[in-house]
Design a protein around this ligand. Structure first.
Ligand SMILES: Cc1cc2nc3c(=O)[nH]c(=O)nc-3n(C[C@H](O)[C@H](O)[C@H](O)COP(=O)(O)O)c2cc1C
Length: 460
């Protein structure tokens, strides 16, 4: 099997939607990745907004269990401009039928659409930190024939078993972390029972690429996986999105040092293909990655700013202009409730602006980034450092966590125009935007996936 040279990284939420992933995967040496974050809400949004173009309905009509897809259509599809939309359920440890249906079908349709009109591989990306939807998401994407799954933000050591059990028609399980407790909560799902069938359709096993940032994590996964990992994405700290925390953190600042560097000689000894991510969006950097021993690269920001990405046009225009003029500030923030460093593009009228942030309502109504904890009576609850401070403290949360915490669920959905109207966007990008000068002829110019691939493929 030919491995891709360039992976377009998964960019949540819905920055890398099916259109971007499909456009990238149309090119032979490249693989597009859909973001697997909040696909329940993305599907509900398109259906509630009349599904312009009919793409989501077309994909749903190909879902192998029509009782489920019809239930989703009947519940969420609005033919005319309906003003009052139904509320999509918040993530919880006791997911409702609506949540399960939307998650399975949302994941199915995203992959199904990205795979239309070509035969090249397509991948999907998840964050290990967002654990609850995983068992339902995997069922959806594997039924749609996803080729690769990438996963960062955690230790994804349960994934090979999750994939195996579904492919072999068994019940699927995921151990959910409970803060302050060694015990895990086991979330279970029986696909055959849910779909009311004795046999599942023929399923293919996708390749799994954990996203790592250290030799240590590579070695842990090699030890814990029953089979040798198919490959790794090795992400450096200048990458967009969440980054791996450095060894050192002082007075609110992340300090990356020698100990955070990857030892490529040691990595090459594992004899596992890997792709380098974080500031590799140039033909020279791709050649450099290959010289270190990489199979190729994973790039994100260069695609986040191209025409096919789902970032709202008004933000893309400003970010490209600022980036072209070398005055787009990117910081490594501690804004994410996950406690992982999170790259932020500073932009007026978004949550990077402290005045906008101070005036934003604190309310946790989506719940993707909550942490679960156990109370004195042994009951499990959830909390998020971006929820109202009083309630977070009452739940045993620490005041320090709340100081700068932003609601990424709402902020990221607003970035792609799929959020609530009273919420502001938050934008993440990698440190390196030097590619813009090679793709744009002036600050107002734009560029497409084809332009990116033509540029990156020079001499590669
Ligand atoms: C807008 C944006 C959103 C991202 N979201 C995710 C994500 O949800 N999950 C993930 O594993 N990586 C995410 N990333 C990281 C990319 O997949 C990729 O590894 C990274 O952007 C590579 O570095 P570069 O931006 O310098 O090219 C995101 C990056 C960007 C720019």
């Amino acid at each position: 099997m030919k491995l891709p040279l360039i992976i377009q990284g998964g960019m949540g939420a819905w920055v890398s939607g099916y259109k971007l992933a499909q456009a990238v995967s149309m090119h032979k040496k490249c693989m597009g990745t859909i973001s697997g974050i909040a696909l329940d809400r993305i599907l509900a949004w398109y259906l509630q907004n009349g599904d312009p173009g009919g793409h989501f309905l077309r994909a749903l009509n190909n879902f192998p269990f029509p009782e489920i897809s019809e239930r989703v259509i009947n519940r969420w599809y609005c033919k005319n401009n309906v003003v009052e939309h139904k509320r999509v359920p918040k993530l919880s440890l006791n997911p409702s039928v609506d949540f399960i249906d939307l998650t399975i079908c949302g994941n199915f349709v995203a992959v199904w659409l990205a795979k239309e009109q070509h035969n090249n591989p397509v991948s999907i990306n998840y964050l290990e930190k967002i654990q609850v939807p995983l068992i339902y998401s995997f069922v959806g994407v594997i039924m749609a024939g996803v080729d690769y799954i990438t996963m960062g933000a955690g230790i994804p050591d349960q994934i090979p078993e999750l994939i195996r059990s579904f492919i072999e028609g068994e019940e699927v399980k995921y151990n959910i972390d409970i803060q302050g407790s060694k015990k895990k909560y086991v979330l279970k799902f029986n696909p055959k029972e849910y779909f009311g069938c004795r046999l599942l359709p023929k399923l293919f096993k996708p390749n799994f690429l954990p996203i790592i940032s250290s030799n240590l994590l590579a070695n842990i996964l090699v030890r814990r996986f029953r089979e040798k990992p198919f490959g790794f994405v090795v992400e450096l700290p200048c990458a967009g999105g969440h980054n791996a925390p450095p060894r050192s953190y002082k007075s609110g600042e992340y300090i990356y040092g020698e100990k955070d560097l990857v030892n490529f000689e040691k990595l090459n000894e594992l004899d596992i293909p890997y792709w380098l991510a974080g500031g590799f969006a140039s033909p020279e950097k791709i050649a450099y990655a290959k010289s270190l021993g990489a199979q190729g690269v994973q790039v994100g920001s260069i695609f986040a700013l191209c025409d096919e990405s789902e970032i709202e046009q008004k933000y893309k225009d400003i970010l490209r202009r600022n980036g072209y003029n070398n005055n787009q500030v990117i910081i490594t923030s501690s804004y994410s409730p996950t406690n992982y460093p999170f790259k932020i593009a500073e932009l007026d009228n978004t949550l990077s602006d402290s005045v906008i942030y101070e005036n934003e309502i604190r309310q946790c109504d989506k719940g993707f980034l909550v942490s679960f904890y156990i109370d004195d009576k042994g009951h499990i609850h959830s909390r998020c450092s971006a929820e109202p401070i009083d309630s977070y403290l009452k739940k045993g949360g620490k005041i320090d966590d709340t100081a700068v915490a932003r609601c990424l669920c709402n902020g990221l959905l607003s970035t792609v125009g799929k959020g609530d109207i009273d919420r502001h966007a938050i934008i993440t990008l990698g440190d390196d935007l030097s590619f813009l000068k090679h793709l744009m002829s002036c600050a107002e110019d734009s560029y497409s996936v084809d332009d990116v691939i033509k540029y990156l493929s020079k001499n590669n």
